[in-house]
Design a protein around this ligand. Structure first.
Ligand code: PRX
Length: 655
């Protein structure tokens, strides 16, 4: 993950010239091996997506119009009706595949459960009735704050079955973050658990939820799954046990026919302000593109493959590639609750061996962690079942790519580096493993049906060189807006370049038209593959009574891609100290979640500002990355820089 890109003068620090062709064995068996697919899709891209929607999904009513658009607003498959849980469950069971395993679930303590499609359908129908008995109807929002246990997919699919909108909040978020998301979406019901297991300890989800629920008047009921057996407070009349409700639930509920453009879910993501954005995804287009990309990017053979996306369902990767893509395609997946180093650092490789995982999808930050732990961990296990590897969430550096390819994939598995965002809903730029010549470190090129271009500051296309990543026309799984804020939607994504979606990423295009992503160009950090807004962390810091002013930057980090560095000026009467730094770090974790805890807090008497009073973030980033500062003449007080530099060098290390 590099620093924000300066498109005018992009330097490529790393010239990567290795190429890896698909092996003839892989190509022969691949679902797509004909490069002509790109041109055919381009010739009629709307028609191309309509073919995918027809082939991959079951519709109750056909659509009249493939696409209606008046940017930034679009509607796909207008007039069509379908139901997501029907596509993910009923139709597979009806076709005689009810005994196929949907998920091999493994809890962190080692407990396991095998869930077939028929069993999943049964639980989803029951929970649909539970939700309705609690007053949830079509269009209502349901907040979900859960560990990675089977009840999480059940809750999500039950929402889709009755036409309710889920808003999943990652279980690592704090109670404040949960409260803000519940309030923004005005959720009626919260589904949570007494806790979940993480690194051998129980995460107190219900207790966190209770702290949020003091300020969430929209919530009528809380459903609590028993998982850790922790003692929890159950408020009479509001809080109900999942297990008890399910025992008494009616077993059948038909899937509700939903319009293609009905809201499917909200998922909050960070932007350049302190307030997370409720990204809206709708039904038909979203399911089409996640099913298409899951099938062809991962070259899925649902009868044979065991597919493991090792993300958390609480992020978009989990929504699209643990839940909806794989289930729509009838895949057999792995669902793992816990951490990769519990009870030991070979846990993932033990899981791959145990279930015979053939496709593994994870993030560069995980790959770099495994590199640090050493090749002996994967070498303890038989990984010969693997045939394809995927990467997502941040740029994968060529060295990590090669390590993944060699030490996990045994040199035989293509690595698909997939670029996309919460907003794009599905993979946009990625190899097709039976077609594309791979270059380690490049996400290669836009998928068939997708159009992306790199442009310069003026919005002109760059055919070779660096610039801003834009998408030049609608795609089926694109966000339909920011919940409750159409203006922010327009401003954030559609105002920077006329007629183009602005992704906020920089990339370089090479002589073959391949994309080399270089990180964010806005004030959004990418920490372990997760977007964290600098402003959000700053506002968490200034909300602490001791803090007068704060500036947060992302600095390059060998494992997490970027690390959060916070420069803090204290109010009069407060003294900098290691303990104080630790308490500010904890404060950020409490306000947002552990992902937002700064790696380093640098105390300073002043922040470097331009004459117009803007904080000089680039300078702070340079300081944090230990580079030369360059020109500092525009500083209001150049002495500050020296002081910051000195403080940065003596700042206390992280926990
Ligand atoms: O900066 C890009 C980076 O992650 C951002 C999207 O983050 P989020 O919405 O949390 O979704 C992550 C999972 C899709 C992008 O703007 N990013 C994601 N995938 C890649 C990537 N950067 C480079 N290469 C990728 N493969």
């Amino acid at each position: 993950m590099g620093p924000p890109v300066e498109p005018a003068g992009i330097e490529s620090f790393y010239l990567e010239d290795r190429t890896i062709e698909p092996s003839s064995g892989f190509r022969e068996r691949a679902l797509i091996s004909d490069p002509g697919v790109y041109d055919r899709a381009e010739a009629d891209w709307e028609g191309f997506w309509a073919v995918q929607a027809t082939e991959l999904l079951d519709w109750f009513d056909p659509w009249d119009t493939i696409l209606e658009w008046k940017l930034p607003f679009v509607r796909w498959f207008v007039g069509g009706t379908l139901n997501v849980s029907h596509n993910c469950l009923d139709r597979h069971v009806a076709a005689g595949r009810g005994d196929r395993v949907a998920f091999h679930w493994e809890g962190e303590p080692g407990d396991t459960r095998t869930i077939t499609y028929a069993e999943l359908l049964d639980e989803v129908e029951r929970f649909s009735n539970v939700l309705e008995s609690l007053g949830v109807t079509r269009g209502d929002r349901v907040a979900i704050y859960m560990p990675m246990i089977p009840e999480l997919p059940v809750a999500m699919l039950a929402c889709t079955r009755i036409g309710a909108v889920h808003s999943v909040v990652f279980g690592g978020f704090s109670s404040d973050a949960l409260r803000d998301r519940i309030v923004d979406g005005q959720a009626k019901v919260l589904v949570t658990a007494d806790g979940g297991w993480r690194k051998g300890a129980a995460v107190p989800l219900k207790a966190n939820a209770d702290a949020a629920l003091g300020d969430t008047p929209s919530i009528d009921h809380v459903v609590v799954v028993r998982r850790t057996e922790a003692d929890v407070d159950m408020r009479p009349g509001r809080d109900r046990w999942w297990q008890e409700l399910m025992e008494g639930a009616e077993p059948h509920r038909a899937p509700e026919p939903m319009a293609s453009e009905d809201l499917l879910y909200l998922l909050y993501t960070s932007g350049t302000t302190a307030r997370p954005k409720g990204i809206m995804h709708t039904t038909g287009g979203y399911l089409t593109q996640v099913a298409f990309t899951h099938k062809y990017v991962f070259d899925l053979r649902p009868e044979e493959d065991v597919y493991w996306c090792a993300a958390d369902i609480g992020w978009v990767t989990g929504h699209s590639y643990i839940m909806y893509g794989p289930l729509a395609n009838g895949a057999t997946g792995v669902l793992y609750e816990g951490s990769p180093d519990f009870p030991s650092r070979d846990r993932w490789w033990a899981i791959v061996e145990k279930y015979g995982v053939s496709i593994l999808y994870t993030a560069p930050t995980a790959v770099r962690t495994f590199m640090k732990w050493g090749t002996e961990e994967p070498a303890k296990h038989d990984l010969s079942s693997l045939r394809l590897l995927g990467s997502v969430g941040e740029p994968i550096n060529p060295e990590a790519w090669m390590w993944y390819f060699e030490h996990i994939g045994g040199g035989r598995c293509p690595v698909v580096d997939t670029w996309w965002q919460t907003e794009t809903g599905a993979i946009m730029i990625s190899p097709l493993p039976g077609v594309t010549t791979l270059k380690p470190g490049s996400a290669t090129r836009p998928l068939p049906g997708v159009a992306a271009e790199v442009v310069d500051d003026a919005g002109s296309k760059v055919s070779e060189g660096g610039g801003y990543v834009t998408l030049t026309r609608p795609w089926p799984s694109m966000l339909r807006g920011i919940y409750g804020d159409p203006e922010r939607y327009r401003d954030t994504y559609w105002s920077r370049f006329e007629g183009r979606y602005f992704a906020g990423d920089g990339a370089r295009i090479d002589e073959d038209g391949y994309f080399w992503f270089m990180g964010r160009v806005d004030d959004v950090m990418n920490v372990s593959g997760h977007r964290v807004s600098t402003t959000e962390v700053e506002s968490a810091l200034v909300d602490h009574p001791s803090v007068a002013e704060a500036a947060v930057v992302g600095a390059k980090d060998a494992t997490t891609g970027q690390a959060i560095i916070a420069y803090v000026t204290l109010r009069a009467g407060y003294q900098p100290s290691d303990e104080h730094g630790q308490s500010l770090r904890r404060h950020c974790a409490t306000r947002i979640g552990p992902i937002a805890r700064p790696k380093t807090i640098v105390f300073t008497d002043d922040l470097p500002k331009t004459r117009s009073g803007k904080i000089m973030r680039r300078l702070l980033r340079d300081v944090a990355e230990g580079r030369d500062l360059g020109d500092t003449t525009t500083l209001a007080d150049p002495a500050v820089v020296e002081e910051i530099r000195a403080r940065a060098q003596s700042a206390p290390p992280e926990d």
